[in-house]
Design a protein around this ligand. Structure first.
Ligand SMILES: [Zn+2]
Length: 259
């Protein structure tokens, strides 16, 4: 059976002398593994062109053992990411998180659109890297069934008050009154208004407005630490690429201080 779908290459691995095993996030089949035969071995149009961060129209043979690439039409290459190690390492994390959280063998347009936009902003935009990372982390968690309830305090329903805590474990908010003064939990984070507004925007805004909001540079670090903590609390997976990004990012900050 022949199928056509659009997909982003999340991973590639050489198998044998000229073939590749590609993992792609596709719009209507979720994450799939695809054999991409070497261009020399089979008359497969453009299959050798499949690389990580390529967004392509894929024509595939679906057999009993899985998918084999028949034809590839490249729509977008985010290959220039490789010229910036910090952005490259973050893009790898985006692909890893998309690999872990996106559905298998089912419709995944929202996931694909989110990661494509994040890669676009990473490559072309002037947006803070940690802000793009936060948008991806919180929004993809929401798509994947881990959406926190940020409407108001779980106790009294208060939307806005001076002391509102984000309960990471329970994915909800609680105010100081309802907490009754007891906050000795690692999972409760006192959250300020601008960070809460940003988190609400990331979760509840329409997609075409998702990247359109302002937050001060001083609040981005706080937002970023909360979103990352949230992912690590709810997704049982060790993200190797996240550690790599953090190492590179810390190094870049050190160099910045020295200049
Ligand atoms: Zn309350």
């Amino acid at each position: 059976m022949k199928v056509t779908t659009a997909g982003l290459v999340l991973k590639e691995m050489d198998i044998g002398e000229s073939d590749k095993l590609i993992t792609a996030l596709t719009e209507d089949r979720g994450v799939i593994s695809v054999i991409s035969p070497g261009a020399k071995r089979l008359r497969t149009k453009n299959s050798g062109a499949l690389q990580m961060f390529y967004y392509c129209e894929l024509t595939l043979f679906k057999g009993r053992k899985g998918y084999i690439v028949d034809e590839v039409e490249i729509k977008e290459r985010f290959e220039n990411l490789k010229y910036d190690i910090e952005k490259f390492s973050l893009a790898e994390y985006f692909c890893e998180i998309a690999f872990v959280l996106s559905p298998r063998e089912s419709e995944s347009r929202d996931f694909l659109r989110l990661i494509l936009n994040c890669l676009y902003f990473l490559l072309n935009g002037k947006m803070n890297l940690h802000l793009i990372k936060s948008i991806l982390e919180l929004r993809i968690c929401s798509f994947a069934g881990y959406m926190p309830n940020l409407i108001g305090c779980t106790g009294c329903k208060e939307y806005k008050c001076d002391k509102l805590y984000f309960d990471i474990k329970n994915s909800s908010l609680i105010c100081n009154d309802c907490l009754n003064g007891k906050n000795n939990s690692y999972d409760l984070i006192l959250i300020n208004g601008s960070v809460l507004d940003a988190m609400r925007h990331i979760i509840y805004s329409k997609f075409d407005k998702l990247f359109l909001f302002k937050i001060s540079d001083s609040s981005i670090d706080f937002l970023s630490s909360i979103c990352e903590k949230y992912v690590l609390e709810h997704v049982d997976y060790k993200f190797k690429s996240l550690n790599f990004f953090k190492t590179i990012n810390n190094y870049a900050l050190e160099v910045e201080k020295m200049i």
